[in-house]
Ligand binder design. Structure first.
Ligand code: NDP
Length: 458
């Protein structure tokens, strides 16, 4: 019997930490978990869950407009931001409470407070010390803000969910997940939205066709996108509005009510004492771990965003479960993170799994590319020009499908199923042999015929 207070002490009550704690307790281990803010972590409190609720809210404006084509007369709609935020707060309050009660029911000791490591087996929480055989760091990430004059006037995804009112004019800095998702949210809710992105096209790392399609759809929906654009200074005017200047001479100053920075996230390690006890970090402050989530100190593990790898909730959950299985289960377990699908809840949304065209060409000598681009049946009766786009990347030699990408209604829901096939190694003929569901957009994945072949030129 271990003489430590706990066999596993988890720091951080987000997706990864909670999953590890509950599974470890299920294996019979004595487990404690501590959280300094609210249980649920970024995903539940100020990430995936509230964001998706806001995405739903934003979509109604398009739905009201589209309804007319189907025979409806919709009275002029009004929107209340405070009501939406209240509903969102009630829901995340429930979810956070459920996270805590599920931990409690699993037999985990649930603590509140700020934790600091004293040595590899001692944790201090608000002055009280605990000993633990194993420690799991699952403290997540926090928004990164570049240093520019006036940065104190901007908000990040930490504050955006609790704005007292809907801003009329919004500038969003960045071109990643959060930037494009919030551009769609604010635009759908009626704000005037501009994205300022420093690169040549939004969503770097995604398949180039998807990037272009989303860019074009966002412009069509009334969002302004300034590419190659960098903010140089932000000043608060006497009337409270923000005046934003840009590095490029070609960009005029902008006056907005809110500047949202979505310029990436960094690991949350401040005050944990990791460096002091010798836990190795990468240059960006991510906790370095092996395939099993183990740090350079053998009894200390880390999972999720704090490790600065794939910053997605379901990944952290897998990693947390794997650490619990490694420590208290039948065998050492590494999270299997091959072909991680993901979605961008932009308007329209993106669903993607596997390699982009550019990535596939790095791995294969020759690839076949299949594309479909169409107006969905729904929009045959609306005034919306929105098009749906799908793409499959296939290795020519093996005929294996390496990537599937979609932008259009329900893309996230559709790609989840496609990801199973791709993970199992499905070939193009497996896709073709699957009977379509008609009429859907998803059926295009099993009826794609037009092929373009590309070769790598070494
Ligand atoms: P991303 O890494 O997706 O995007 C960051 C953006 O900010 C990039 O466009 C980047 O440009 C730009 N940027 C970085 N530094 C600067 C700078 N100094 N000045 C100007 N622009 C800068 O981060 P997000 O903040 O959007 O989201 C964080 C993470 O959260 C995501 O990577 C994702 O893992 C996760 N997430 C997932 C979601 C989902 O699954 N739907 C939703 C929201 C978040 P460049 O491309 O040039 O580097």
């Amino acid at each position: 019997m271990s003489t430590f207070d706990f066999q596993l002490f988890v720091i951080g009550g987000g997706s990864g930490g909670v999953r590890a704690a509950r599974i470890a307790a299920g294996f019979g281990a004595r487990v404690a978990i501590v959280e300094s803010f609210r249980y649920g972590g970024t995903c539940v409190i100020r990430g995936c869950v509230p964001k998706k609720l806001l995405v739903h809210a934003a979509h109604f404006s398009a739905d009201f407009a589209d309804a007319e084509g189907f025979g409806w007369t919709v009275p002029p709609a009004t929107f209340s931001w405070p009501k939406l935020i209240q509903g969102k707060n009630d829901q995340i309050g429930k979810l956070s409470g459920m996270y805590e009660s599920n931990l409690d029911r699993s037999g985990v000791s649930v603590l509140h407070g700020l934790a600091r490591l004293i040595d590899p087996h001692t944790i201090e929480v608000d002055g009280k010390r605990f000993s633990a055989e194993h420690i799991l760091i699952a403290t997540g990430g926090t928004p990164f803000l570049p240093e520019i004059p006036g940065v104190e006037h901007v908000i990040t995804s930490n504050e955006v969910f609790d704005l007292p009112q809907l801003p009329k004019r919004v500038l969003i800095v960045g071109g990643g997940y959060i930037a494009v998702e919030f551009a769609g949210i604010f635009n759908g809710l009626g704000a005037e939205v501009t994205i300022a992105y420093r690169g040549e096209q939004i969503l770097r790392g995604f398949d180039d066709d998807l990037r272009q399609y989303l860019h074009d759809e966002m412009i069509e929906n009334g969002i302004r996108i300034q590419l190659h654009s960098q903010v140089s200074r932000i000043e608060r005017q006497a009337d409270g509005a923000l005046n934003v200047s840009f590095v490029e001479e070609s960009s005029d100053n902008k006056t907005v009510d809110c500047v949202l920075y979505a310029t990436g996230r960094i690991p949350s390690i401040e005050g944990l004492g990791l460096a002091e006890i010798g836990v190795a970090l990468d240059p960006k402050g991510g906790v370095k771990v092996d395939a099993f989530g183990r740090t350079n100190i053998p009894n200390i593990f880390a999972v999720g965003d704090v490790t600065n790898r794939i910053a997605l909730t379901p990944v952290a959950i897998r990693e947390g479960a794997a650490v619990a299985a490694t420590l208290f289960g039948p065998a050492q377990t590494a999270a299997d993170l091959t072909t991680v699908p993901s979605a961008v809840f932009s308007q329209p949304p993106i669903g993607t799994v596997g390699m982009s065209e550019t990535e596939a060409l790095k791995h294969c000598k020759e690839i076949d590319i299949y594309r479909a681009n169409f107006r969905s049946l729904r929009h045959s009766l609306t005034a919306r020009k929105e098009r749906t786009f799908l793409k499959l990347i296939v290795e020519t030699a093996s005929q294996r499908v390496l990537g599937a990408h979609m932008i259009g209604a329900d893309a996230a829901e559709i790609i989840q199923g496609v990801a199973i096939a791709i993970r199992m190694g499905a070939t193009k003929s497996d896709f073709d042999a699957t009977v379509a569901i008609h009429p859907t957009s998803a059926e295009e994945f099993v009826t794609l015929k037009e092929k373009t072949t590309r070769q790598r030129h070494d």
